[in-house]
Design a protein. Structure first.
Length: 127
């Protein structure tokens, strides 16, 4: 029969709701200075700024948080190190962080992926 109003027998336009896209949040981005444990050069500082600028960005369909970080920073090469992740700023320096996919626990919104920065600069592990 189609999409008709039963009473008026007129066609009804059906609009499919589009699910909101998940958003990246970095709850402790304002503490980046306190989390930095090494002196960064200009290139490294730019990469840190690009990483922090991801806060509030929606994750495109079919992409992951790692894909977004790689697109924003370039040669960051996100990699898992135990229960945390690491991206390369330079040969010597990295950003280490954790990703909470069930960010409703942190933000009250299940559509957010929270990135919690652990360190900026010297990694807390040997690499």
């Amino acid at each position: 029969m189609g999409n008709f109003n039963k009473k008026t027998q007129k066609a009804v336009v059906v609009v499919k709701a589009v699910a909101p896209r998940p958003i990246i949040t970095i709850p402790n981005r304002n503490q980046a200075g306190d989390l930095t444990n090494a002196e960064l050069n200009q290139n490294e500082a730019t990469k840190v700024a690009d990483f922090l600028a991801l806060h509030g960005d929606p994750i495109p369909g079919g992409s992951t948080v790692g894909d977004m970080i790689s697109a924003a920073i370039g040669d960051a090469n996100p990699e898992a190190v135990g229960n945390r992740f690491s991206i390369r700023l330079s040969q010597a320096h990295r950003i280490t962080y954790r990703v909470f996919q069930n960010a409703g626990l942190l933000q009250g919104d299940p559509m957010q992926f929270a990135i919690h920065i652990l360190t900026i600069g010297d990694a807390p592990y040997a690499h």
